[in-house]
Design a binder for this molecule. Sequence first.
Ligand code: GRF
Length: 205
Amino acid sequence: MSVVVLISGRGSNLRALLEAGLPVSAVVSNVPGAAGLAIAAQHGVPGRVVSHKDFATREAFDEALAKEIDHYSPRLVALAGFMRVLTPGFVQRYRERMLNIHPSLLPAFPGLNTHQRALAEGVKLHGCSVHFVTADLDHGPIVAQAAIPVRRNDTAASLALRVLTQEHVIYPRAVRWFLDGRLAIVNGAVSVEGGDAQLVFDDRA
Ligand code: GRF
């Protein structure tokens, strides 16, 4: 019933998962000293480091990472600000049991600097997405999205803050759905048994 969370930094999504009472059995960071490791420790969850710098190839790093994850036999791997591109072999190993949270309304703005790019494009709606991880970076079946309006005076920082608040709402919800066995992927689209809302839209957010 457990989840292994992969992080690289701050760990606010990790905190949201822990505060939602989700069964996180370990946190693995590719960055030694990542702030999220302290959050894991505060919650009595083991924090492990597998530094990509200790490996000559992506394959070797991913192999070591998988070994660490599999030690905990999780049902789900949750990427929460994990800043490494994963090899196709790794993605295949956790196929349909690995989720990611991304700070845009996918398929718009995959990759980095999503808030700046949203402002530069002048979009009026922005947000975040929880999706299953596939070999295609920041693509993959979408489990949940939260949308917020972009205001005239928004900056990348103000958008990031409002989107992050929504990330902390939809990620725990999506992980819970997965663990409760309520998600189905049909032709690349995800549905939730029971029909819970997969879109959060707060026009005052
Ligand atoms: C979040 O914006 C998440 O969407 C992205 O990386 C950031 C991680 O933040 N993938 P945190 O470490 O969870 O605070």
